[in-house]
Each structure stands twice: as C-alpha cells, then as structure tokens.
Design a protein around this ligand. Structure first.
Ligand code: GLP
Length: 232
C-alpha cells in the first residue's frame, strides 16, 4: 500500500493522472467511481485533461460504488451527482454507466465481471472508516448488497439535504470483496475528520474499520492531505 501525503490540489492532479494514463493505455477501461465531496476536484481535473488531451470516454464503462434507496428527490441521487460532476462533461455513453439498484444488485458483481472487472476504482472514506456504504462490521467477504446506514453516516450526509429527516436510511453498495476485486484502487482522504479512519486503516484494525481490508490488496494508493494524515 502506497501512502502519499500532499496538498488537496496535488492529490486531485495525481489521481486524475492515474485515470488519464489508464484511458490512454486502455480506451475501453472499466472505471469504479465514487461520490461524496472528496473526488469532486479529481473529476474536475479529469474533465479538463480529457479536453486538453483529446481523451475520449466513448468506450469507457463505469460502475458506481453505491446509491441511496428511496432518495427524496432526483438531485439527491448519486446518479445526479455523477451526471453533474463528470458524465455531462465528457463524451461518455450513459448506457455504459451503471449504478447498483434494487433491480440489479444481485447481478451487479456479475455485470462487473462480464465487462472484464474494474481497472481502476476511486474511493473516499467515511469518518467511521466506511468505503462505499460498507459500514463498520460489514463482513469482508460481502458482495453488492442492501445496507442500513449508521447514525454517524446519516449525520455526515445531512449537509446535502435540507433536514436530517430527508437523508435516506438505506443504500445499495458494492461489497468489500467487490471493491477488492478491482485491479487498482485509489483512496483519497481530506480533512481532519478523516484522521481517525486513516489511522485505523493503516493500523489494519479489521472489520471495525472496513477500509482496512485494503491492506490485503497489492495495488492501492492512499492519498491524504496533512490533516487526514495527522494521526499517523
Ligand atoms: C458517502 C459515500 C462514500 C464516501 C463518503 C465520504 O458515505 N457513500 O462513498 O466516501 O460519503 O464522503 P465525503 O467525500 O463527502 O467526505
């Protein structure tokens, strides 16, 4: 596991380079994508570099990590987030963009496999160590599944809604094994409220910090700003 400590700006630049270099090597790459505030700058840089360097997304396939169940309005969905922050700004075919749902989740891992597996997965991390919506104590052998969000996650995500009562309490997420099946993984952590989760990840504490499963993967880069790395 490589750990890189740098500024927020440099992290977005380095992480976006990993995507751009992959697309240069493999124009039909399969990307694993994340929502949340953390990857937004990386997506901005990907859009900018794809334009400047004439990189096409027309053969790219994407699988998002997770989606809310019963989101109260379309703009609260992770589909909207991805359209707004990435898909609407590149030449991707929306039919090649996938989100887990009640209808498809039992087949989601098979769909990923059928496309050849995720080449590069980007992750954020929850303050409680969750990745995707795999909350603490999710079994490491989990595949895509429906999950109840923990109170801490609902509180953390309330900033995207007008009141905490609007935050969905259930989501569908790739499992921890689904994530581990990716060929390469980038995790980005920004800010002091991620410092405990990053320490638990690096200390490899086990199921109480779901992200610590990444210690068992042979191609992971963890990008932290100074604040997120402050407890290492
Ligand atoms: C949500 C998402 C995660 C994300 C996390 C952190 O729970 N399901 O994929 O990593 O939020 O969000 P943020 O990047 O806004 O801190």
């Amino acid at each position: 596991m490589k750990i890189i400590i740098d500024t927020k700006e440099n992290i977005a630049s380095l992480a976006s380079d990993q995507f751009i270099n992959l697309l240069k090597r493999k124009p039909n790459a399969v990307l694993g994508l994340a929502t949340g505030s953390t990857p937004i700058d990386t997506y901005k840089q990907i859009i900018k570099k794809a334009k400047e360097q004439n990189i096409s997304f027309k053969d790219v396939k994407t699988f998002n990590l997770d989606e809310y169940v019963n989101y109260p309005f379309y703009e609260a969905s992770y589909r909207f987030f991805m359209d707004d922050n990435l898909f609407n700004h590149v030449d991707i075919n929306k039919e090649n963009t996938h989100f887990p749902s009640h209808e498809n989740y039992l087949d989601y891992d098979n769909q990923i496999k059928a496309c050849g597996g995720v080449d590069l997965q980007i992750l954020g991390i929850g303050a409680n160590g969750h990745i995707g919506f795999n909350e603490p104590n999710t079994p490491f052998d989990s595949l895509t599944h429906v999950t109840d969000l923990q109170r801490k996650t609902i509180e953390d995500n309330a900033r995207f809604f007008s009141s905490i009562d609007e935050v969905p309490t259930k989501a569908i997420t790739m499992g921890l094994t689904t994530i581990m099946n990716s060929k390469e993984i980038i995790l980005i952590a920004l800010g002091e409220n991620k410092a405990d989760a990053i320490k638990a990840l690096v200390d490899n504490v086990g199921v109480s910090c779901p992200a610590s499963i990444l210690n068992g993967h042979d191609n992971v880069t963890i990008y932290c700003d100074k604040a997120a790395a402050s407890k290492l």
